[in-house]
Design a protein around this ligand. Structure first.
Ligand code: FUB
Length: 322
């Protein structure tokens, strides 16, 4: 596969989290809809109400839509806005982790369970204790520990917290201060709770200093993803208002990570958001753009493209407009 490929042409799907289960690729996207809510920096127009799960046997094969896997009306604690989700598999059970605003309009992270990768998923009665903000990404390490990375600025509400605790002012730090980091927490044995207080994912410059809040071209904004390549941990993320996907590397799941570069240049649309997957000895980038909707930032279409590495482990930058 050389050219990027759109995965579905019926409806709008974004933020694709791709995993391999039972030898097949399963994709867990956000389901974009035309909500009629005017566009704003808070992301109110991203008023998604359900998730579909997709699968394919080959990277260039037919994509099956398994239908609605979870609906907001079935989540007891739901307010609004089902944003980017991710999945984990442990001992025959599939755990879907999703951000959703609760009835007080605060983003929390919920869990829903199924015995099949395509669902349907049954949500728990309440969100995960101590959870906040958006964009959960689950990474299973080689020792079978599971970690959740999460967080997102602006509409994702991360600026309302410091060191995992809600703050009064809820503003971003000054430009010269360290950037607000994504968070990580190991998951409990039963996969339903955090096993520890969340910790910051610090991204360092090559000289060892943390990236600053004013460094909008490189600092973390949202869309955490972690994968491991040749023993190195790669933390990748979106820079949000500068529209890039960047990555940083480290030698353990908690970091710190050292900034390395851009893996995808800006796409048509405001956001892009991705996952990285190894399948049959090749690496792939799943992401989205707003080309098919004619640039509507809230109607996004998921794609896949091959991801390549340099011999030293650097990821080759892809052109977001290819
Ligand atoms: O899809 C809603 C939000 O847009 C996601 O949670 C963010 O990462 C951005 O892609």
């Amino acid at each position: 596969m050389t050219e990027p490929r759109y995965l579905v042409d019926d409806g709008y799907m974004a933020d694709p989290s791709a995993h391999v289960f039972n030898g097949k690729i399963y994709i867990y996207p956000s389901h974009d809809i035309e909500s009629g809510i005017p566009e704003n920096d808070n992301g109110d127009h991203f008023d998604m109400r359900d998730y579909h799960v997709f699968s394919m046997e080959r990277i260039d094969g037919e994509v099956s839509d398994h239908g609605v896997a979870l609906d907001v009306k079935d989540i007891p604690w739901a307010g609004r806005q089902l944003w980017d989700c991710d999945i984990a598999h442990k001992n025959g059970t599939y755990y879907l982790y999703f951000p959703l605003k609760d009835k007080t309009d605060i983003f929390r992270i919920g869990v829903a369970i199924s015995d099949k990768p395509e669902g349907p998923f049954k949500p728990l009665e309440a969100p995960m204790k101590g959870s906040f903000s958006i964009d959960p990404c689950i990474f299973q390490d080689d020792d079978n520990a599971y970690y959740m990375y999460f967080g997102g600025l602006w509409g994702g509400q991360l600026q309302r917290y410091r060191n995992g605790k809600a703050i009064e002012c809820g503003a971003e730090p000054a430009d010269s201060e360290p950037a607000l980091p994504a968070r990580i927490a190991r998951l409990s044995e039963n996969m339903l709770e955090f096993a520890e207080e969340s910790k910051p994912i610090v991204i360092l410059d090559a000289d060892g200093t943390p990236l600053t809040a004013g460094d909008h071209d490189r600092r973390f904004f949202e869309a955490s993803w972690v994968h491991k390549y040749k023993g190195t941990y790669y933390f990748s993320y979106s820079t949000g208002n500068t529209h890039k996907l960047c990555y940083a590397t480290g030698d353990n799941p908690y970091g710190p990570f050292t900034y390395k570069g851009v893996l995808l240049t800006p796409v048509v649309g405001w956001t892009t958001h991705h996952s990285i997957l190894e399948f049959e000895d090749k690496w792939y980038l799943f992401y989205h753009d707003s080309n098919p909707s004619g640039g509507k930032t809230w109607l996004r279409s998921m794609k896949v493209a091959e991801l390549e590495y340099e011999p030293d482990g650097a990821i080759k930058t892809r052109d977001g407009n290819a």
